[in-house]
Design a binder for this molecule. Structure first.
Ligand code: F6P
Length: 362
């Protein structure tokens, strides 16, 4: 078979591990692998590289993606030059032509919700597509984990550890902003692991007064510092997202950022405790993948090949418990997997004395 593979959306550690595992297994089975560059842009423009053992050797430890990626290129609403956000074009017909031209028997699309949506769109046109789930946010439905998430947790937890000592020494509130637009998985699990105090996530809107009460109560107990972990998508009850910029051509134009500055200012003014801010940003998406992410990515790569040979087009590799399986892309897209405020994760955080800045969940 001729099999295309691409990486779409934001990069993250583990993408190369999937490309490597998939290619090695596919070559072993006698197939040809075409790596399309820069996500769906490469597919629309027919820009690819032949992947052989040489290209994928030694890349399991490398962050990013050797194929490049794009969180702008959408074949159904293409805004890259010569098109624009004002005049997007439907390039799905071109994709069909490129499938034919290269004799593609299947396309593997590695990416998060946006990429899987596009993959599903191509599948609906009758093109044979397989999905592989990726996102540091871990918010894709129908898989317990996506790779990139564990590495992000490792990075954030280490940052919290380092900031703990300075918070304590200076008797300050340290406000650490993590990624996580619509889901607070990164903030929640890293705050639990790092011994954070307040954790503000998109799923549980905070209340100013409850933040003040909690930090003051800690002070009363002799704890003159607080570690506040805040997801970029956190917001006050009934409030708006803190938007840092809009990328008109992106599938999701909102770029969030800056909520941590608001929280720090608020704590300084209303608690009278000095506060400092660290926005971790894209640090969370870089560097060497953890053991778990390499294992997960390798399993997804191998499972994707299995799904192709079983002709389960329109399916996405997924992890359920310890088992690699396939789920329909349709069932995985469109509804994000978010933190359930009634879940054990939230309860365990509360039971060890953490707060979500909202007394209603306590
Ligand atoms: O979806 C992954 C993610 O890293 C989000 O957590 C974050 O909000 C967004 O991508 C940032 O996008 P960009 O790389 O375009 O700044």
């Amino acid at each position: 078979m001729n099999i295309g593979i691409l990486t779409g959306g934001g990069d993250c550690p583990g993408l190369n591990a999937v490309i490597r595992a998939f290619t090695k297994f596919a070559l072993k089975r006698g197939h040809r692998v075409l790596g399309f560059r820069d996500g769906f842009k490469g597919l629309v423009e027919n820009n690819f590289m032949r992947l052989t053992d040489r290209e994928v050797s030694g890349i399991i430890i490398r962050g990013g993606t050797i194929l490049g990626t794009s969180n702008i290129a959408n074949p159904f609403s293409y805004m890259l030059p010569p098109f624009s956000p004002e005049k997007p074009a439907d390039m799905s017909g071109e994709v069909r032509r490129i499938f034919r031209k290269n004799g593609l028997d299947c396309l593997v699309a590695i990416g998060g919700d946006g990429t899987q949506n596009m993959a599903y769109g191509l599948f609906q046109m009758g093109l044979p597509v397989i999905g592989v789930p990726k996102t540091i946010d871990n918010d894709l439905s129908k898989t317990d984990y996506t790779f990139g998430y564990d590495t992000a947790l490792q990075i954030v937890t280490e940052a919290i550890d380092r900031l703990h000592t300075t918070a304590e020494s200076h008797e300050r509130a340290m406000v650490i902003e993590t990624m996580g637009r619509y889901a607070g998985w990164i903030a929640l699990r890293s705050a639990i692991a790092g011994g954070g105090d307040l954790v503000l996530i998109p799923e549980i809107e905070y209340r100013d007064a409850d933040i003040v009460d909690y930090v003051k109560a800690r002070r009363k107990k002799g704890k003159n510092f607080s570690i506040i972990v805040v997801a970029e998508g956190a917001r006050r009850k009934g409030g708006e997202f803190t938007v840092s910029k809009k990328v008109a051509s992106s599938t999701d134009p909102l770029r969030l950022g800056g909520i941590s500055y608001k929280i720090a200012d608020f704590v300084e003014k209303n608690v009278g405790m000095e506060a400092r801010v660290v926005v971790l940003g894209h640090l969370q998406r870089g560097g060497v993948p953890t053991h778990f992410d390499r294992w997960l990515a390798t399993g997804f790569g191998v499972k994707a090949m299995d799904l192709i040979e079983e002709k389960k087009f329109g399916y996405m590799a997924a992890l359920h418990g310890q088992t690699f399986t396939g789920v329909s892309i349709k069932s995985a897209v469109g509804r994000l997997k978010r933190v359930d405020p009634g879940s054990f994760d939230v309860k365990m955080a509360l039971k060890v004395g953490m707060s979500f800045g909202n007394k209603d969940v306590e």
